[in-house]
Design a protein around this ligand. Structure first.
Ligand SMILES: [Zn+2]
Length: 154
């Protein structure tokens, strides 16, 4: 039996693995993710624009790291250090440029894990495509205005 606890799914996502079965090798190249898991067949991009959440994760991770560098700078300044800001700005610039490229595949698998946590029904089956069972609701025509009070007027 497979473990589908949220923590386990997130660990698989952070490890760049399929959140549903834990399989690896989900990427053809660093930026090119396979559409389905090679082991369990789980479809990662469930709809158009699905990976917008991965973009948000990537952006948040980058901004947290930039914030950490600035906090380190503030702590150094508070301790009485008064050096040049150029090395700090170079580090911040390097983090802002390089980190999104490095964390790109991880943000996609992490987002897939979040999606699987939020939509647990997709762990075992795919969303239904059928529209069978829909009822046609045709409302019977109501009384017309002419027939409601036409007899009252000569
Ligand atoms: Zn899988």
């Amino acid at each position: 039996m497979t473990d589908h606890s949220p923590f386990r799914l997130l660990v698989r996502g952070v490890a760049k693995r399929c959140p549903r079965c834990g399989a690896g090798r989900l990427f053809v190249r660093w930026f090119d993710m396979k559409p389905n898991c090679p082991r369990c067949g789980y479809r990662f991009e469930r709809e158009e624009g699905f990976f917008l959440g991965a973009y948000v994760i990537n952006l948040a991770l980058t901004e947290v790291m930039v914030g950490a560098v600035f906090i380190a700078l503030i702590v150094r300044e508070a301790q009485g250090w008064h050096g040049s800001l150029v090395p700090w700005l170079l580090v911040v610039g390097a983090v802002q440029v390089a980190l999104p490229f490095v964390s790109y595949p991880f943000s996609k698998t992490i987002w897939a894990a979040f999606d699987l946590i939020m939509h647990p029904s997709s762990r075992s089956r795919r969303p239904k495509q059928s529209s069978a069972g829909r009822r046609r609701t045709t409302k019977a025509p109501g009384p017309r205005a002419e027939s409601m009070g036409g007899a009252l007027w000569p």
